[in-house]
Design a protein around this ligand. Structure first.
Ligand code: ARG
Length: 590
């Protein structure tokens, strides 16, 4: 379905043309004076300059043409040359019925489906998932869902960090604690045990311990580096250990992501890109892209237009070791080879922005990607506590994701059981659903690149710009629809027949639901989930206003009542689509 704003623009463009002006002046925008009109056109002002004519004269001529069209209830020219418009209720009603009957409620699939890869999540093996990874998972998941909703082929890749010193540290620490393990016996030729010699909790304790110890003890760090080297160069025992670490970590990560309603298509790891490195390095050398600088292999990526210094992209260190860069570039090679994406979007902490700038430039310059392959960085800000510092536990430690989720769910549980009699089981279940909406909406409603304050009290509130408020609104609509059905009404294939054209709250709701297709399209184009949040907050407010103003089930005229129900059905569907795209769902009751 065409967007309403495009339908109006078409008419306005036609009118300008009929008056002898260029069509481009028919640009329409949503009114910034909702008290005066719903949409507006400022084109007469620009046209006036071009045609050396008074803007109001042009506006008046155009208005005369537009008046003929039945989509408008009102079109008027106002000084100095604005064109203000209000849409006709009948037109909006038809638009609404068309939305109800269309597959995605009026949101058309992209004309050209693209293959888009999203690199998000980015947890590191053996390190506990902490709140820093929360944002990447939440934002990335939403972008993936939006892309799919728009009809693209979207592949989400968790891009697990499994290749760094952390592996060597864990191995070294294990060796210190359990030197007799068979993995450390170099002469061992047999098969290694199937089960890991540690649990996930042990693993999560081992890494921080080893990391802290290595900072104080250089010889220990040296050993860890050596272990990393051996692991990466074929030590059987270390590789067996590494496989255990991976398996245990991945199982645990999957459980955590499941709780967040986050699902990856690919569980690729940094190590998967390693086999692509030698050939890539050779290619960069052969084609004169890479050169030696102080023993290290680098590619220059600075450009003339740079206002700040962009250092060369280092491909190999002077000792021949590869780096985070190298892995990311090799991953690009791998992705191009296996999936040939039109675009790769990276959802990563914004502190890595400069780093990705280098990587992208290097990939372009060395032609690892096609000329038209998009490489996009979506950097997110820090999640802070109320004190404005990065979010911590009460004791001041790094907050683990599962504890955070636990805390929110507990808070939700209290709220849900406070005022109602609910079975504990049901309350627990609802608390989880609503809790997730609190976390995700709290995050997504902020522009990704901004830091934000994670405020449990505010996020879990049923009032204001929060996830629970949105869910509450959906539940309210559902309960009215349920009552309607209990009274014998039907909601399938429902259509609006009649609205009172003077009913402002109906009209606002019609206008708001009709914006759906435009909002999703734009939010995806700008990879900006916060725009969807902003939209559903307005939509929920508009609905609640309508709800307070209107007797819905009590409406006596059958045709009007049915039309209200149709409007409720559409509002509910649109809200549900939006929260699905944001990555959470509504409860049945609250
Ligand atoms: N594991 C990294 C970290 O924790 C994030 C990975 C981001 N993705 C990438 N392709 N580099 O910082």
């Amino acid at each position: 379905m065409k967007k309403i704003i495009d339908l109006i623009t078409e008419e306005a463009a036609k009118a300008f043309k009929e008056c002898g002006h260029e069509e481009k002046y028919g640009m329409i925008s949503v009114s910034n004076r909702p008290d005066l009109c719903e949409y507006q056109c400022n084109g007469a002002m620009a046209a006036a300059k071009a045609y050396k004519k008074a803007p109001i004269m042009i506006a008046n001529e155009v208005v005369e043409k537009l008046k003929e069209h039945k989509m408008f209830e009102m079109v008027e020219a106002v000084m100095p040359g604005f064109i203000n418009m209000k849409l006709d209720m009948e037109f909006l009603k038809e638009y609404m019925n068309e939305m109800l009957a269309s597959e995605n409620y009026g949101c058309e699939k992209a004309e050209q489906a693209k293959t888009i890869m999203i690199d998000y999540g980015g947890p590191n093996v053996a390190k506990p998932l902490h709140v820093g990874h929360l944002r990447s998972a939440i934002i990335g998941e939403s972008i993936k869902r939006m892309g799919r909703f728009m009809g693209h082929k979207v592949i989400g890749d968790v891009h697990l960090g499994d290749w760094g010193l952390q592996m060597g540290l864990i191995i070294t620490e294990l060796k210190k604690r359990q030197p007799d393990l068979v993995y450390f016996d170099e002469s061992f030729q047999g098969e290694y045990p199937k089960d890991a010699p540690f649990t996930i909790s042990e693993l999560e304790e081992i890494y921080p311990a080893a990391s802290a110890y290595s900072k104080e003890h250089p010889e220990y760090k040296e050993e860890a580096m050596q272990a990393t080297y051996l692991l990466q160069h074929g030590s059987r025992g270390y590789q067996a250990l590494w496989n255990h670490i991976l398996e245990i970590s991945v199982n645990d990560l999957k459980k955590n992501y499941e709780k967040l309603n986050v699902e990856f298509d690919l569980w690729k790891k940094e190590s998967d890109a390693q086999p692509y490195i030698p050939e890539m390095v050779q290619y960069m050398k052969d084609n004169g892209y890479a050169y030696l600088s102080d023993g290290a292999l680098v590619v220059d990526v600075k450009e003339e237009s740079d206002t700040k210094e962009i250092p060369p992209c280092m491909i190999l260190k002077s000792d021949g070791a590869s780096l985070y860069n190298t892995t990311d570039l090799a991953t690009i090679v791998e992705r191009m080879k296996l999936f040939d994406p039109d675009e790769i979007i990276y959802v990563v902490d914004k502190r890595q922005e400069l780093y990705f700038e280098q990587v992208f430039r290097c990939a372009r310059k060395t032609k690892l990607v096609k000329e038209n392959t998009g490489l996009r960085f979506l950097g997110f800000g820090t999640m802070n506590g109320k004190d404005g510092k990065p979010f911590k536990t009460r004791a001041g430690g790094v907050m683990r994701l599962e504890h955070l989720i636990g805390e929110i769910n507990e808070e939700m549980y209290q709220k849900i059981t406070q005022n109602h009699e609910v079975e504990p089981e049901e309350a627990k279940n609802t608390a989880q659903i609503v809790g997730l909406s609190a976390i995700k909406y709290g995050d997504l409603s902020n522009q990704a690149s901004k830091d934000y304050v994670f405020d449990i009290d505010r996020f879990t509130s049923f009032e204001g710009n929060t996830g629970p408020y949105i869910l509450y609104t959906i539940v309210r609509i559902k309960s009215i629809l349920n009552k309607y059905m209990e009274q014998g009404g039907k909601v399938e294939n429902i259509k609006a027949v009649k609205f009172d054209s003077s009913n402002e709250s109906v009209k606002s709701l019609l206008l708001e639901t009709a914006r759906f297709n435009g909002v999703i399209e734009n939010a995806f184009a700008e990879i900006a989930p916060h725009k969807v949040c902003c939209y559903i907050y307005n939509l929920a407010n508009t609905f609640n206003h309508f709800y307070h103003e209107t007797k819905i089930l009590g409406e006596e005229e059958e045709e009007t009542k049915e039309s209200y129900i149709a409007l409720l059905v559409l509002t509910e569907k649109v809200l549900e689509c939006c929260i699905d795209v944001l990555g959470f769902e509504a409860a049945e009751r609250m």
